[in-house]
Design a protein around this ligand. Sequence first.
Ligand SMILES: Nc1ncnc2c1ncn2[C@@H]1O[C@H](COP(=O)(O)OP(=O)(O)OP(=O)(O)O)[C@@H](O)[C@H]1O
Ligand SMILES: [Mg+2]
Length: 213
Amino acid sequence: MKTLVILSQKGGSGKSTLTVHLAVCAVQRGLKTAILDIDHNQASSLRWNETRADDHKIDTAKCTAKELRSYLQMAEKGGVDLVLVDTAPHSNSDSVIAAQLADFILIPCRPALFDLEAIFNTVQLAKATGHSYSVIINAAPRGKLADETRSFLERNSVPVMALTLYQRAAYTHALLDGRSVHEYEPDGKATAEINELYEYISAELKLKRRLVA
Ligand SMILES: Nc1ncnc2c1ncn2[C@@H]1O[C@H](COP(=O)(O)OP(=O)(O)OP(=O)(O)O)[C@@H](O)[C@H]1O
Ligand SMILES: [Mg+2]
């Protein structure tokens, strides 16, 4: 079993959006997939799953950071291939616990000054675990901003993916009623970008594609 932790202490960077979308990607590839939501107050991933059609629900549970290790052990016993952990902004102690349990830490970051300033704490925290991690630039407007942000991060020795996730209305439409962009606009650009992100992470984690019955 592999654990993907989506981490950023900056609010609204796209943690929950990426968690649920990457979970759909994994399910589509036949992986036994679970989401653990340690953002107790908002529980966005949990709530998204509750609004999903019954035959499309993904195994999702809410737990505290302190409970995370035992929930992961339960998932492993249950034969889960991939657990995605959605985290809360602001809490340093919860973020540390989640990061320490990760096989890969994905750090979404909007290409904006305040977001960039805030990202360095999360990056330090990820680095301290010794586990693999990378920033993904999310919700970028069209234009040069994503590339400028990437260059800034690279100059500061922060690992950042070559892929950019652009600002796409499809996410908002899809999330409203418990869908993903795959289900809202299968041939859309958001779907293509999120699939590319999944393939990158899948290679990092050496995830296998299983046959879907
Ligand atoms: N690439 C994108 N394009 C358009 N909208 C996006 C994109 N990524 C995220 N959003 C939107 O931005 C808002 C915040 O995203 P989300 O809730 O996933 O962030 P978060 O990091 O989980 O926030 P929090 O820190 O509060 O938990 C949501 O309305 C979401 O639909
Ligand atoms: Mg969230």
